[in-house]
Write a protein that binds this ligand. Structure first.
Ligand SMILES: Cc1cc2nc3c(=O)[nH]c(=O)nc-3n(C[C@H](O)[C@H](O)[C@H](O)COP(=O)(O)O)c2cc1C
Length: 150
């Protein structure tokens, strides 16, 4: 049985969680956009937030995933416009994951995740997602939450 943290990160919060989860035995697998977002700006937040609202799928670099049904998988996504980020939409479209055991870790800047929780439930995933608000700014809180994840 292998443990994977498959995630996207544009500004480092997901990468920080990946480091913590690595200590807990989760192999990090980073989803990369073909056209990376680059430096964040107000325009980009509006643009990519709009794409997330329409559940668009960003083009992602090829991923070699060999996940077995018994593997433990955590999928990590920042929150974009209260929804999953568009590279994670692509991941969920291209690969199939065990709907009963796969867990989501969401990392918004605030606390709002209502629409993304609905989105995940609608996709059929049954585990309640873990929400870690702004991990890079609240590192101790993030560490405590991750510590409880096996
Ligand atoms: C396009 C875009 C839209 C965002 N929309 C939201 C939002 O609706 N709610 C929120 O709490 N944070 C929002 N954020 C902030 C990110 O979810 C947050 O900073 C996250 O921790 C970034 O993770 P990363 O550093 O791994 O990319 C948005 C960021 C981007 C780039």
């Amino acid at each position: 049985m292998n443990k994977y943290f498959i995630y996207f990160s544009a500004t480092g919060n997901g990468d920080f969680l990946a480091e913590l989860l690595k200590e807990a035995g989760y192999q990090p697998v980073k989803v990369e956009m073909v056209k990376p977002i680059g430096k964040m700006s107000f325009f980009k937040i509006v643009h990519y937030g709009g794409e997330a609202m329409f559940k668009k799928k960003a083009e992602i670099k090829e991923l070699l995933l060999d996940i077995k049904d018994e593997d433990k998988v955590i999928i990590g996504s920042p929150i974009w416009n209260d929804r999953l980020s568009t590279p994670i939409n692509t991941l969920l479209d291209k690969f199939s994951f065990n709907k009963e055991t796969t867990r989501f870790v969401l990392y918004p800047a605030g606390e709002k995740t209502k629409k993304s929780l609905k989105q995940i439930a609608k996709l059929g995933f049954t585990q309640i997602p873990v929400v870690i608000s702004y991990p890079l700014k609240k590192q101790e809180e993030a560490k405590e939450i991750i510590k409880k994840m096996k």
